[in-house]
Design a protein around this ligand. Structure first.
Ligand code: AMP
Ligand code: ZN
Length: 114
């Protein structure tokens, strides 16, 4: 838990947020400013700043994030039409919240728009 980290506060339920999924390691909620018809955030409870800060022990977290991305795409009904799982990394990579998260985006009519 990192002081003043928005996603730590969300994961710890200090900021009430509707979770589509929760387990001991991860939470999933809808992006507040969706860039696509389906736009979810898959977020570890552990505070990790970005992909750059991953350690060996975090491998399991990233593996679970990918697996949950696949599962959430299925639940949202976009697994067959297709989707993207994205990590933005640091300022130049478009990261604005410095607590690791994976975007699940999809649901467009036809080709991907993002
Ligand atoms: P990134 O640019 O990869 O750091 O993405 C951060 C994402 O978090 C953006 O898509 C924001 O719209 C989203 N976001 C910011 N605050 C909230 C919030 N309170 N609840 C849900 N999503 C949020
Ligand atoms: Zn955090």
């Amino acid at each position: 838990m990192e002081k003043d980290c928005l996603f730590c506060k969300i994961a710890n339920k200090e900021i009430p947020t509707d979770f589509l999924y929760e387990d001991d390691m991860l939470v999933v909620f809808r992006d507040i400013n969706p860039q696509s018809p389906v736009h979810l955030l898959i977020v570890p409870k552990k505070h990790i700043r970005s992909i750059n800060d991953l350690t060996e022990e975090d491998k399991i977290i990233v593996g679970e994030m990918a697996m949950l991305g696949k599962e959430m795409a299925k639940r949202e009904g976009i697994d067959q039409s297709g989707y993207k799982l994205l990590f933005n990394v640091e300022n130049g990579g478009g990261q604005m919240i410095f607590h690791l998260h994976q975007h699940l985006v999809g649901g467009w009519e036809g080709d991907a728009k993002w």
